[in-house]
Write a protein that binds this ligand. Structure first.
Ligand code: NAD
Length: 282
């Protein structure tokens, strides 16, 4: 699988494009307009800096070679015409994903394998919209894929096991550690583990069982983990947990949202990105 097409060049799409090109793949980057694609060179400059900081052998030569392997287009037919594999990283809306896959399926050659990077939508909700459900599955990345390099490969009931294995191998070729998820699971492995931990931490704090400092300290000391759950909230940023908790029917979750808003969001403490959250980062 040498020819990769990535649909969507936002936060995750741009990382998948750059990382795959860095690992020697020929990549076509597709987005809906030339104006959006015009922003990519600045994105590559940003990513080059991150790679130089985090990857000891990332030289200018290697990083420039990665950029030279990327072609951009806003023409979907042109984007998919030679693809061995397509990874879709477009907005998290089922209707947009389904209609995009329906179109892609008409234009892509028979050999092309289709992967979605969706974080919350199951691949079986999209597979009926393509002409080859046996070649449809999820390949899910974590944000900052060059260092947090899990590639969760998740089949849906119609995925051919051979294709599943090919995608796991592809993930490895682009520097990911493949995690084989053989049946559909909302949240894959990572979020299936992480979300209950974060919810339990919020529950202990909101009910006044312990301070957030002590909850994090317990987790770090007793398990050897480098960070506690509230430090993870800081990395995620305050808005995602706030949006998820504010409309919850659970009164503890609702109270968590209220405290996130009053104690943090309203004071500009948005987490690591702003320098302040549960912890200070300056
Ligand atoms: P984003 O909003 O940053 O980027 C989406 C991109 O898709 C934009 O460039 C947009 O112009 C483009 N787009 C919009 N409509 C399109 C269409 N019809 N066809 C092609 N491109 C279109 O979003 P993101 O954070 O990169 O998330 C993209 C996908 O990746 C989602 O499914 C999300 O669940 C998943 N994901 C995100 C993260 C994360 O941390 N952000 C992590 C893992 C997976």
């Amino acid at each position: 699988m040498q020819n990769l097409t990535v649909l969507g060049t936002g936060v995750l799409g741009s990382q998948i494009i750059f990382q795959s090109a860095y690992k020697g793949k020929d990549v076509v980057a597709y987005d809906i307009s030339d104006e959006i694609l015009a922003g990519l060179p600045a994105r590559w400059e940003y990513l080059k800096k991150q790679y130089k900081r985090d990857i000891p052998d990332a030289t200018d030569e290697k990083l420039d070679a990665a950029v030279s392997r990327i072609r951009t287009t806003a023409d979907l037919k042109d984007a998919v015409k030679d693809a061995d594999i397509i990874i879709e990283a477009i907005p998290e809306r089922l209707d947009i994903k389904q209609s995009t896959w329906e179109k892609v399926s008409k234009y892509a050659p028979d050999k092309t394998v289709f992967c979605t990077n969706s974080s919350t939508l199951l691949p079986s909700k999209m597979a009926p919209f393509v002409d080859r459900p046996d070649k449809f599955l999820s390949l899910h990345f974590a944000n900052e894929i060059w260092k947090f390099n899990t590639g969760e490969v998740m089949a849906q009931p119609k995925t051919d096991p051979k294709v599943f294995e090919e995608v796991a191998e592809f993930a490895e070729e682009i520097g990911m550690v493949p995690i084989r998820i053989k049946k559909e699971q909302p949240g894959y492995v990572l979020n299936s583990l992480l979300v209950p931990l974060l919810n339990a931490a919020a529950d202990l704090w909101v009910r006044g069982v312990a301070s957030f400092e002590d909850i994090d300290k317990t987790w770090r000391i007793a398990t050897g983990a480098p960070t506690g759950p509230f430090q993870i909230y800081d990395t995620v940023g305050m808005m995602t947990p706030y949006n998820l908790s504010k409309d919850s029917p659970d009164p503890v979750q609702k109270e968590f949202a209220r405290r996130l808003k009053e104690d943090f969001i309203d004071k500009g403490k948005m987490g690591k990105i702003s320098g302040h959250g549960f912890c200070d980062y300056e």
